[in-house]
Design a binder for this molecule. Sequence first.
Ligand code: NAD
Length: 485
Amino acid sequence: MSFNLDEESLRQIVRGVIKEMGVAPKQCACGAQKSAPAAPSVVSSVRQGNGIFSDVSEAANAAFAAYRQLCKGGMAARAKVVDIVKKMTVANAKEWGTFEYNETHIGKLEHKIGKLEIIKLVPGVEWIRPDAWSGDHGIMLEEYTPYGVIGAITPVTHSVPTIAGNIVNMVAAGNAIVFNPHPGGVKSAVKAISAFNAEIEKQLGIRNLICCIGNPTLESFDAICKNDLVSIMCITGGPGVVKAAMKSGKKSICAGPGNPPVIVDDTVDMDKAAADIIEGGCFDNNLLCIGEKEIFVLESVADKFMRALDARGAVKIGGSALDSLTKTVFAEKDGHFTLKRDLVGKDADVIARAAGLSVPKSAPMLYADVDAKHPFVMEEQMMPMIPVVVVKDFEEALEGAVRAERGYKHSAIIHSLNVGRMTDMARALNTTLFVKNGPSTCGLGLGGEGYLSYSIATATGEGISNPKTFTRRRRCVMVDNLNIF
Ligand code: NAD
């Protein structure tokens, strides 16, 4: 007996058999799923369409066609998309925030919702203004124009917030997008992106403006980087993916990892410094890349500062509890520590339990008095266990802060009224964000001046992203005419 099967029928049979067998896709060390021959893990349970693809080249083709349609719609179409995305994100904040919390099991539910409600602070089309020049030889116009299709990588720590923020910036700049979300937050990504696309198509007739790989893997990341229709990459994630993007050969805007140090000196109110650090460092259980990750406090005020932390419900740990927590949180090999993910983004009482301690459920954070080279100081722990290093003077604090920031050029915070020290820290740390006398969140327009973004381009230097970040600057010149003076 012989069978005559075309390729697609054969594929369908293989998919069916693998599905029946319940074969799970392989897991990569970074948490991304390696593509197995199995039916895509997520798209199998989520309806395709509305921008969700399993194949990168189909997604890129669809995004490119949508980009052409967006161009035809002009600034009005971009503004409409931004409006749709902002309104839908706010209207669905509770549902999507809860969904993401239940999918990722990290952070705090109220902050997952809060991060979506503040999307209105992300800048849109109003930022796209040309620069003009007029003189004896005529006029010059420089315009901020789209790249076309952008490949975007998003983190598990803020899946939908980063996606929504990226869409607002990137579409305001005139681009379409192909997302390769973190596998740990892909269901949330698919839910929001399909809803956005359905509404964009309904209101503007543009299909697949926001494409998403429903079964994201390291291979799909690689395929996006290699696709000729994708003009640039925007990476929001840790050191692994930043390194991979930089090596890809495609221009990449990289919002990379941070490990923001805080210095507390002897010129400030300790109660306020403690309150600010808890507010910023414990937001969403310290998942924010800008969040306070280690504190350097001057010896002369250290006791008072720690009493202020205690008064706000923080719990100090030490001795064997700290040793066992350190072993649980970090893997050590030849003196090098790497973060294990189990306790990332967990509540302080859950982290305490892992250290054999019982603390009130309401405790916002744990802290420990440690030396400047402790792994909790040197690694980006992303949990509300914040080490405190007591130093004899400001110079020692500065030296420790520079070492702990590790050259990520991300964020730093100081609590001081001494302008000279602020200036010294700004120069020595050389970070993208530097917050003085407030919680780290003030650096993103939340209680401080400025605008919001979930992608802070540290490694490649574009800074806190905004629509202009995702544009090509082009010049038009009229020689000896059209100048009207
Ligand atoms: P992560 O690096 O584990 O994952 C980010 C994304 O990259 C995911 O989509 C993941 O699947 C993919 N990825 C990881 N390694 C890869 C590789 N080698 N090749 C290709 N793709 C790869 O990060 P995370 O845990 O999801 O997020 C937390 C990290 O992101 C922290 O380091 C945090 O500081 C950083 N972050 C930075 C910003 C910023 O604006 N600078 C914002 C949010 C998060």
